[in-house]
Design a protein around this ligand. Structure first.
Ligand code: SF4
Length: 304
């Protein structure tokens, strides 16, 4: 939950999630819809789907016990080398390394390695360096946690706090005066634009028309008001329906996309297959992205 998500937001969601799914078996036997519902508001819903698939695989292949070795862990859905290393070292105390962006940056500065952080060669080198350190350490969990924490709080990308760094005397970048340029800044990939036209339609009881997205891609399986997506330009008001009126436009940014929403209210909407009118309680139990929550708050009847 904490990956790319603020602690304050996770604190609201963690306890209810654990209460609803108190064991691997409970999570494995739950419907994906319920898992997404409890995850609602945390964003990056792929994590919830992977966690659910992972729990199922642990029950199916390992009788509900989390496997200990890195290879079996990496065979589970959603678990890569980093997470496998974290589980093996921090849960089981095994001498397994762990490398993420923070750890790579610390290691590069420690050895004054000036290469691009995301180069395959640099990544390979980081795993080798991290392996050597974990082998030599007294406690693999403490070593791994320390490297990550140092990168997150002291050896940060900017405003580096070398004056309080516990390993400053060993740091080659500090001696060479290259801490600001090692590692070099990442070249930024241009984010793709997506135009979404969302339509708020209410019935006489004040319920809002909703639909479920397909399982692929951005916000897979999440619920939304009827929303049309285009890549080149926003839809014209005339294409939406009679009496359509623009309520608000806003921009929602994800890691790879800039999503531009136009939200319309529409009086004469022809209900399509799969679209259902739902009230606030029903919608509250579903997985709904933050962008769609914002849209729902614009309805006259719900979440006001
Ligand atoms: S001395 Fe500075 S650059 Fe070197 S590891 Fe510590 S915080 Fe990072």
């Amino acid at each position: 939950m904490l990956q790319q998500t603020q602690v304050s937001r996770v604190l609201e969601k963690f306890e209810p999630f654990i209460e609803r799914f108190p064991s691997i078996e409970a999570l494995a036997s739950a419907d994906e819809e319920d898992v997404l519902g409890e995850w609602s508001g945390l964003g990056y819903y792929r994590r919830a789907r992977m966690l659910h698939a992972c729990a199922k695989a642990i029950v199916d292949r390992h009788d509900g016990e989390v496997p200990r070795d890195v290879e079996s862990l990496m065979d589970l859905p959603g678990i890569g080398r980093y997470t496998a290393g974290a589980i093996a070292s921090m849960v089981f105390g095994d001498r397994e390394p762990l490398v993420d962006g923070n750890v790579t940056r610390v290691l590069q500065r420690l050895h004054n390695n000036p290469n691009q952080q995301t180069d395959p060669e640099t990544i390979k080198w980081s795993w080798e360096r991290a392996s050597a350190l974990v082998e030599a350490s007294g406690d693999p969990a403490v070593l791994n946690e320390s490297l990550m924490e140092l990168g997150a709080t002291v050896c940060t990308p900017k405003r580096i706090k070398c004056s309080v760094c516990p390993i400053a005397e060993h740091c080659q970048a500090l001696s060479a005066g290259t801490t600001e340029s090692v590692p070099p800044p990442k070249p930024r990939a241009k984010r793709k634009e997506l135009f979404c036209t969302a339509v708020l339609v209410t019935d006489p009881e004040g319920r809002v028309l909703m639909e479920q997205r397909g399982s692929d891609g951005l916000w897979g399986n999440m619920w939304q008001v009827p929303t049309m997506e285009t890549e080149k330009a926003p839809m014209d008001v005339l294409e939406i329906g009679e009496g359509a009126a623009l309520v608000e436009s806003f921009v929602h940014q994800t890691t790879h996309r800039i999503v531009r929403f136009d939200v319309y209210r529409c009086q004469s909407w022809e209900q399509r297959e799969g679209q259902v009118y739902l009230d606030e309680d029903q919608i509250g139990a579903l997985g709904v992205s933050n962008a769609q929550r914002r849209i729902l708050s614009l309805s006259d009847t719900l979440f006001t």
